[in-house]
Design a protein around this ligand. Structure first.
Ligand code: NAP
Length: 635
């Protein structure tokens, strides 16, 4: 399967096929389509208004009875066939109040006006801003990394006409999706949202597995001819700014140096495995590896596997290997909250793909509803209520209600297994650590051949893993699902700017940046997935990457067209942004003392996650805030 293209008139399926497919439509996404095609306002009123969806569920039938559903489907079939035969859509590009009205119809609740602007942009309804392009120039950019963000940067730089090269340490594109090849690996953001806005795909499942995500990224790379600008097998070890020459010099592991006017880092935050400091790690005689280094040729059939850690990676690996391995023993340091999603395992119906291919606007509404339901929905409930009566278990009434829902789910899943319930039920607030989706984790824990151990790991022995109580679990394979060096951003590269080395300025675990993108004293350096920009509250990282790359390419095109040689965010602007970020975090859930998470550092400062709503970050990064920068003409 390849990338989806926009439906085009003249290719509609026959009426019976279309009508049959429409019966599988997500009805709240379909009603605004019907309005756009016909312009008939009766579709905006009762009885055609879908009900509100609660939480993340898909809300397919929209709360309609059969008769109304049939009426909408029939009318849509007529409208699509008329459109395919040449009738122009009555409302091709709703924006402003009209779009907000349609959004409210589709999601069944009030939508603040600012979401209309963001949706108009994502849906392609906003008047297209001219793609910034530059005249031929010798201005050159080095992009470090060819994962989701680096590929995006390369695509946008090419569109802008800016010369660039991408340096990638691996031998292929894909970044995290190339490296994390463990059994069960996949997204837990809905796939139609975990896609570039400009490259939709007919996903086979609602939550794409690793092979499909990697195939998608490879297709995007091919479609945009990215491999011609990527140098694979080229790891960057250092980048140094030369003030006099207004250039970055980038050094590779092979000892080569390359020069550029600007550098974009696209190395992610979840890239460098965090290996626990356990005695005996090197003594184990069988395969022992980090989850992101799963050996391609490893067969765990009939093997005794020890898993250390219970984060998102472990949660996917354990259900995937349980039943194949002879025995799986999981060492848990902290339990995790995991939510249920009713379409987690459901394939996307072919009919739905047909609708996306042939019904104009349908895919855009489908994605927009997903965005509404996952982007900022829980953000308000992650704010601490200072008067809340149960601050030890939750942070406000809604968070407490979430706790009840997730607890009930966990109790139902572990019904009859009080031993497991006692181990698996977290005592900290839900969302305090990264929220997980249950992909069969609790079902796996219930198995006779899976054991959950809450004893801390004391050491690895030649033949297994020893807990602090002295018991040893024999193993053939040990998997360290222990996460990543999230606080050491850009690690292990040496990045030196005007004021010295970034690792000295940031220290071992205290990175910050203006908008997560620019660091004062490091001119012409732009970070994607920088400090304070990981999503802890929901949504798709690709949305954030698109915000950042748009901002960065805006800055670079301005530099070229205005003849700027160095742009450096001012210390005041940088510090002001970080103060606002820290202040926002001080009132949010991730500073709660009841748990550890990979978002905050040893001093308790939240380093990794975005405190803002996605719509706010979208607005902040819409255009470069030049007042925050000191600029120098090119020398
Ligand atoms: P993680 O969430 O950081 O989990 C690491 C686990 O290892 C935790 O359970 C941690 O315990 C445990 N641990 C660390 N050191 C330990 C030690 N010395 N002894 C015992 N246990 C130890 O790492 P991850 O699972 O690789 O996930 C990282 C992030 O990657 C996720 O949060 C997510 O953002 C992303 N991810 C996403 C997906 C997906 O979309 N489905 C899948 C995989 C990863 P504590 O909890 O006590 O610290």
């Amino acid at each position: 399967m390849s990338v989806l293209t926009e439906p085009a008139p003249g290719h509609a399926p026959d009426r019976a096929t279309l009508a049959a497919a429409l019966r599988h439509a997500n009805m709240p996404s379909l009603v605004p389509v019907l309005y756009q095609l016909t312009g008939d306002r009766r579709w905006l009123a009762e009885p055609y208004r879908p009900t509100r969806s609660r939480g993340m569920e898909d809300n397919d039938p929209g709360g309609f009875g059969d008769a109304v559903r049939d009426e909408i489907c029939e009318a849509t079939a007529d409208a699509v066939l008329a459109w395919s035969a040449g009738r122009a859509p009555a409302v091709p590009s709703p924006t402003g109040a009209e779009l907000v009205e349609l959004l409210e119809l589709a999601v069944g609740e009030e939508v603040p006006a600012e979401y209309g602007e963001m949706a108009a942009d994502d849906m392609g309804f906003a008047p297209a801003e001219p793609t910034p392009t530059v005249p031929p120039t010798d201005f050159r950019v080095i992009v470090i990394g060819a994962g989701v963000s680096g590929m995006l940067a390369a695509i946008r730089l090419a569109e802008a006409g800016i010369d660039h090269v991408v340096l990638e340490k691996n031998d292929d594109v894909g970044g995290t999706w190339l490296e994390n090849a463990y059994p069960g690996a996949g997204v837990d953001t809905p796939s139609h949202l975990y896609s570039y806005s400009f490259a939709p795909r007919p996903w086979s499942t609602h939550f794409g597995k690793r092979d499909e995500v990697l195939a998608y990224l490879r297709e995007v790379a091919d479609d945009h001819d990215l491999r011609t600008v990527i140098r694979f097998g080229t790891e960057v070890t250092a980048a140094t700014w030369d003030d006099a020459r207004q250039r970055w010099t980038v050094t590779t592991a092979g000892g080569e140096t390359l020069e550029a006017n600007a550098v974009i880092t696209a190395v992610g935050q979840l890239n460098r495995p965090k290996i626990p400091d356990l005695p005996g790690l090197g003594d184990f005689t069988g395969p022992l590896f980090h989850s992101a280094r799963w050996p391609a040729d490893l067969d765990v059939t009939g093997k005794r596997v020890v898993i250390i850690g219970t984060g998102a990676s472990a949660m996917q690996i354990v259900p995937a290997i349980a039943g194949t391995a002879e025995r799986v023993t999981v060492f848990q340091r902290s339990p995790q909250w995991a939510a249920y999603n009713d379409v987690y395992f459901t394939p996307v119906d072919d009919a739905v793909t047909l609708l996306m291919e042939h019904v104009p606007f349908y895919r855009r509404w489908y994605r927009t509803r997903l965005a509404w339901n996952t982007n900022d929905r829980v953000h308000p409930s992650l704010q601490v209520d200072p008067d809340w009566e149960h601050p030890e278990r939750s942070i406000n009434a809604v968070n407490d209600a979430h706790r009840r829902v997730f607890t009930r789910y966990l109790q139902a899943e572990l019904d009859g297994r009080d031993d497991l319930l006692a181990k698996a039920l977290p005592d900290y607030p839900p969302f305090g650590k990264r929220m997980l989706l249950d992909n069969g984790w609790f079902a796996a824990l219930r198995r006779d051949d899976v054991e959950l151990v809450t004893e801390a790991v004391a050491a690895v022995t030649p033949t297994g893993v020893r807990g602090v109580d002295g018991t040893t679990v024999d193993a053939d394979v040990v998997v360290l699902c222990t996460g990543f060096e999230t606080h050491k951003l850009l690690h292990p590269m040496d990045v030196c700017g005007r004021g010295g080395a970034l690792r000295d300025i940031w220290g071992p675990d205290d990175a910050d940046a203006h908008l997560g993108i620019s660091v004062s004293g490091f001119p012409n350096l732009f970070l994607t997935c920088g400090p304070g920009t990981v999503l802890g509250h929901g949504g798709s990282y690709i949305t954030i990457a698109e915000c950042q790359v748009r901002y960065i390419v805006d800055a670079l095109t301005t530099m070229v067209t205005e003849g700027l040689g160095a742009v450096d965010v001012s210390p005041e602007a940088h510090a002001g942004y970080v103060a606002r970020q820290d202040d926002a975090h001080s009132r949010m859930i991730w500073t709660h003392p009841g748990m550890q998470n990979w978002y905050r550092n040893a001093a308790g400062r939240v380093v990794c996650t975005l405190p803002w709503r996605i719509v706010d970050y979208w607005a902040m990064t819409r255009h470069v805030d030049w007042d925050a920068f000191s600029v120098e003409p090119a020398r």
